[in-house]
Design a protein around this ligand. Structure first.
Ligand code: ATP
Ligand code: MG
Length: 376
C-alpha cells in the first residue's frame, strides 16, 4: 500500500508541504540579518509546519545554524518554561558529553536527565528552591545558547502562553534577558492575534517593536489546486478539476481541513476521483466528528450553540447585531448576540477576522461549520 501524500502532522518533508516559499525565504532573511520574527496566523493554517520547513531549508542550504524548537503550549510558569526550553536544547545536543557541559553551565541548580517513558525522548527535571534560582537558571540557559559554538535559531511555539503565567511578568523577564543576545535568533509563533499583536506592537509592552512580523494567510488556490492534483497523479490516481475546486471551496482553503479531506478522499479512491468519492469522504469525516460535536453542544449554553449555528449557516457574518440576522435566527437582542459571540471567540469556536471591510465572524472549525450548516 502506498503512503498517503496528504500529511496530517505539521511537517514531514518539503515534498509533502505545499508552497510557503516566500514566507520561508522571509524568515531565513530575518535570521540572516539578525532579526527576530513574530509569526502569526489563525489556528491550523500551518505555522508550526512552516517553522520546520524553515529548519529544513537551513539544513539543506547548509547554513551554519543550530535549530531549536520549543512548544510552550502546556507551560504555566517560569519553571515549566525553563524545563521545556532545556528539553529542546538537550534533544539537539544528543551526546552525553555535551549534555553534561550544558548541565554544568546551569550554575545554581542540579538538573536530572531522564527519559520520557512514552516517547523515549530525553527529559530534564529541576528542583528549584526559590524564585531567584529560577530566574538565574533562565539566564544560565540563555547564556549557554549565547556561548554556543554555532549560531542558534530558537522557535518558541504558542508564545502567547507566557501571558498565562501567574505571579510573573514573563514578557519583561524574557525581554530583559533576550535583548542582548547576539548568537541567538528567535521565532515567536502564536495564533491569538490580539494577544500577539499587543505584545509586539504596544509601546508599553517589553517586546515592543523588537521583531519583524510574518502574518500567515491561507494558501492561494492557484497553488494549492495544482499541488493536490500532483499528489494524486504521483500516486497513479487522477482527480478532476471540479472535485479539486469543490474540496477547496468546502474546506474554505483552511489548510488542516483541506489536508484532512484530501487525505480521506485519497484513502477512499482506488483510481479516479470524482464528486461521488468526495461526497463519501465528507460523510466519513462528519460522521467521525459527530460525537465530538455533540459533546461540544453539551459544554456550551443553548444560546451560544444557537449563535454558532447561525454563523455556520451564514458562513461568515459581518453585521452580528443587524435586525435581519437576529430575526432570521431568533436571537433575542443585539447585546445577547454580542455577548454570545464574545464567549464563542474566547472559547476559540468563532474566529473574528478584521480587514479593511470591517470585522467578520466565522466558525473556526470548518468541519463543525459544515456540520451545523447541514443540521436543520
Ligand atoms: N504548507 C502545507 N502543506 C500541506 N499541509 C499543511 C501545510 N501547512 C499546514 N498543513 C497541514 O495543516 C495542519 C496544521 O498545520 P500546523 O499545525 O502547522 O498549523 P498551526 O498554524 O501551527 O496550528 P496551531 O495554531 O493550531 O498550532 C498540519 O497538520 C498539516 O496537516
Ligand atoms: Mg502550531
Amino acid at each position: 500500500m502506498q503512503d498517503n501524500p496528504f500529511i496530517l502532522e505539521p511537517f514531514r518533508s518539503k515534498e509533502y508541504f505545499c508552497d510557503r516559499e516566500q514566507e520561508t525565504e522571509e524568515i531565513i532573511r530575518n535570521i540572516a540579518n539578525g532579526r527576530n520574527t513574530t509569526l502569526i496566523s489563525p489556528r491550523r493554517l500551518g505555522k508550526t509546519g512552516l517553522i520546520f520547513r524553515v529548519f529544513e531549508e537551513i539544513k539543506e542550504r547548509a547554513l551554519s545554524y543550530e535549530t531549536i524548537y520549543a512548544d510552550i503550549s502546556d507551560t504555566l510558569s517560569l519553571e515549566d518554561f525553563i524545563k521545556v526550553l532545556s528539553d529542546a536544547v538537550v534533544a539537539k545536543l544528543n551526546k552525553q558529553q555535551r549534555i553534561a557541559a550544558f548541565f554544568k553551565s546551569l550554575k545554581s541548580v542540579r538538573p536530572l536527565l531522564g527519559l520520557d517513558p512514552m516517547t523515549g525522548s530525553p527529559q530534564v527535571s529541576f528542583t528549584f528552591s526559590d524564585e531567584n534560582q529560577k530566574q538565574s537558571t533562565l539566564i544560565d540557559v540563555l547564556a549557554y545558547l549565547e556561548n554556543y559554538p554555532q549560531k542558534i535559531v530558537v522557535a518558541i511555539d504558542e508564545f502567547q502562553q507566557i501571558r498565562e503565567y501567574d505571579g510573573i511578568n514573563m514578557e519583561a523577564v524574557l525581554r530583559k534577558n533576550i535583548q542582548h543576545l547576539h548568537n541567538v535568533r528567535f521565532i515567536y509563533c502564536g495564533s491569538k492575534k490580539h494577544t500577539m499583536t499587543d505584545m509586539f506592537t504596544n509601546a508599553k509592552k517589553p517586546f515592543y517593536e523588537s521583531t519583524s512580523f510574518c502574518y500567515l494567510t491561507k494558501l492561494p488556490v492557484s497553488v494549492y489546486a495544482p499541488f493536490i492534483r500532483e499528489k494524486f497523479e504521483e500516486a497513479g490516481k487522477t482527480i478532476d478539476n471540479d472535485s479539486i475546486d469543490y474540496i477547496l471551496e468546502w474546506t474554505r482553503v483552511h489548510t488542516y481541513y483541506t489536508q484532512r479531506l484530501c487525505n480521506e478522499v485519497f484513502a477512499q479512491s482506488d483510481g479516479n476521483v470524482d464528486n461521488t468519492v468526495v461526497q463519501k469522504a465528507i460523510q466519513t469525516i462528519l460522521e467521525s466528528e459527530r460525537e465530538r460535536f455533540l459533546e461540544l453542544r453539551r459544554l456550551i449554553t443553548r444560546s451560544q450553540w444557537k449563535m454558532l449555528a447561525a454563523i455556520a449557516k451564514e458562513g461568515s457574518v459581518t453585521q452580528i447585531t443587524a435586525s435581519a440576522f437576529l430575526s432570521k435566527y431568533g436571537i433575542t437582542s443585539g447585546p445577547t448576540a454580542i455577548r454570545n459571540v464574545q464567549a464563542l471567540i474566547d472559547k476559540e469556536l468563532v474566529l473574528a477576522t478584521t480587514d479593511e471591510g470591517g470585522t467578520s465572524y466565522s466558525v473556526y472549525n470548518v468541519f463543525l461549520s459544515r456540520y451545523l450548516d447541514m443540521e436543520r
